[in-house]
Design a protein around this ligand. Structure first.
Ligand code: NAD
Length: 500
């Protein structure tokens, strides 16, 4: 089978040059290479940034009404063609079809939020701040901004950022993951159809050289990054060294704390859904279940029963509940944790290597849902972000011990508490050192009008993604002090202006 070729999208059209480096894109369900994607070098990134800079000269002056009209058109197109995009995501990421539709829906939410940009960027006005003087504030776009995204949400994560960036008058260069690059290309074509001027939305594909050039390019004014913690830290440190505004969202190890009074069936359902949905390749996946005595044995038993009933197979097959992992290398890395956990003394309660596959091709990147019990800090299955279908159960004797465990973890992306005790829930939301908290909600991804972001090693920078933080990140404020002169204002006074 010959594979398709995918290239960059610059100034409203596919790039026409010849690339020196390319990467393979796989269908994770078959293990076959389906596409080859061009990798950008410095010159290609420079072309994309200069297209974005040129487009910025007009787009920043486009009326808010005109920008909003394009946003609405994009929203309609994306909504109408979501099935096409879902199929692309399934074919390169491997997640199941319903999950792909889910990520598009969550991205659409941000597009809809950005349609409200006239209201979101409205400034304040104080009449008569001093005698005859009015003061008001305005928010303005930054210029070309870069969005660098991970493989696990090829549509949603870029959509956390670009709708607001574009609505606010910026121009964009997206560098999607090289593992599943086609969703970004699809979105670029939709923008063109929606009437976005050429050069406002550009896509460069590639790896480290492309990212490095975006980080150092003097015309890139801000960088939104999502990916693993080591790269997030690197992007934050490098981008800020080059004088840019940077928000860099990193990895996670999300704990779900189950108190003895919780409904154990609901808790078991939530642990399985949040642990194994998208094969655990979600930054908000639950990877550690913290069971407060005496519910551990009961919970583990209920989770085992549920795992046994899960259908693992190709994402495009109607009955599949969990698909393959994104690449063979990633599957092998995740599988190695199964042996490491046993060596470290954890109990392998369910071995995902033995899980039956339904309608699957042997060469796909498969690993079934895996459950470890009696896990402790210091074991690699606890300490590392595995990013696969591996759920660890840690036993604790009290709420306080569970809370201390969560707060000692270097990550602080998401967490969840399962209980029927309102007082305990209130204490937890107050005391836990994590950016996104679920009370009987296992994957507490905030809706578009709140902001998404973790604490500690899960986010570098001081603004979260989308919501009010997103508007703040993609605009800068200006305060104007205004007086309309008349002859009574004449005279010399070299003193510092004060209110009068
Ligand atoms: P990754 O860090 O490997 O890659 C992310 C991006 O960085 C990609 O575009 C990639 O091309 C680029 N990149 C990779 N290595 C680089 C390097 N050495 N220098 C410069 N750029 C580099 O992450 P991934 O494997 O694609 O995604 C999974 C990770 O993303 C997990 O750690 C997950 O927790 C995290 N994630 C976090 C959030 C969040 O909101 N906090 C959301 C989704 C994913």
């Amino acid at each position: 089978m010959t594979s398709e070729h995918l290239t960059h999208w610059i100034a409203g059209r596919p790039w026409t040059g010849a690339s020196e480096r390319r990467g393979d894109v796989y269908d994770p369900a078959t293990g076959k290479v389906t596409r080859q994607v061009d990798f950008a070098d410095t010159a290609v990134v420079d072309q994309a940034v200069s297209a974005a800079l040129e487009a910025f000269q007009d787009w920043r002056h486009a009326s808010v009404a005109k920008r909003t009209a394009v946003l609405f058109a994009f929203r309609e197109l994306l909504n109408a063609r979501r099935e096409e995009l879902a199929a692309i995501i399934v074919s390169e990421h491997g997640k199941v079809h319903s999950d792909a539709l889910g990520e598009i829906a969550r991205g659409l939410e941000v597009v809809e939020y950005a349609c409200g940009i006239p209201h979101l960027t409205k400034g304040g006005f104080t009449e008569q701040a001093s005698t005859g003087i009015d003061v008001y504030s305005i928010r303005q776009p930054l210029g070309p901004v870069a969005i660098i995204s991970p493989f696990n949400f090829p549509a949603m994560v870029p959509m956390w950022f670009f709708p607001i960036a574009i609505a606010a008058g910026n121009t964009v260069v997206v560098k999607p993951s090289e593992k599943d690059p086609s969703a970004a290309d699809f979105l670029a074509r939709l923008w063109k159809e929606a009437g976005l001027p050429d050069g406002v939305f550009n896509v460069v594909h590639g790896d480290k050289p492309a990212v490095d050039r975006l980080l150092e390019h003097p015309d890139v004014k801000a960088v939104s990054f999502v990916g693993s913690t080591p790269i997030a830290r690197y992007v934050y440190e490098t981008g800020t060294r080059y004088g840019k505004r940077v928000q860099a969202l990193g990895g996670a190890k999300n704990h779900m704390l189950v108190l003895p009074d919780a409904d154990l069936d609901l808790a078991a359902d939530a642990a399985v859904n949040a642990g194994f949905g998208a094969a655990g390749e979600r930054c908000m996946a639950v990877s550690v279940l913290v069971a407060v005595d005496p519910v551990g044995d009961d919970l583990v038993e209920r989770i085992k029963q549920r795992i046994a009933g899960l259908t693992v197979g190709p994402g495009c097959a109607a009955g599949s509940e969990m698909g393959p992992l994104v690449t063979g290398a990633h599957r092998d890395k995740v599988t190695a944790y199964l042996d490491a956990g046993v060596t470290d003394g954890a109990t392998l309660a369910v071995d995902g290597r033995a899980h039956p596959l339904t309608g699957a091709t042997a060469d796909g990147f498969w690993l079934g849902p895996t459950l470890f019990d009696n896990v402790k800090p210091g074991m690699s299955v606890y300490d590392d972000e595995i990013f696969g279908p591996v759920l660890s159960v840690v036993r604790v004797s009290s709420y306080d011990e569970g809370l201390a465990l969560i707060n000692a973890n270097p990550y602080g992306n998401g967490t969840a508490l399962f209980t029927n005790d309102g007082g305990a829930a209130r204490r937890f939301q107050h005391e836990v050192e994590v950016g996104m908290v679920g009370i009987n909600v296992p994957i507490p991804v905030p809706v578009a009008y709140y902001s998404f972001g973790g604490w500690k090693s899960s986010l570098f920078g001081d603004t979260h993604a989308y919501g009010e933080d997103g508007v703040k990140f993609f605009t800068r404020g200006k305060a104007v002090t205004q007086r309309w002169l008349d002859p009574s204002h004449g005279g010399i006074n070299l003193g510092f202006p004060t209110n009068s």
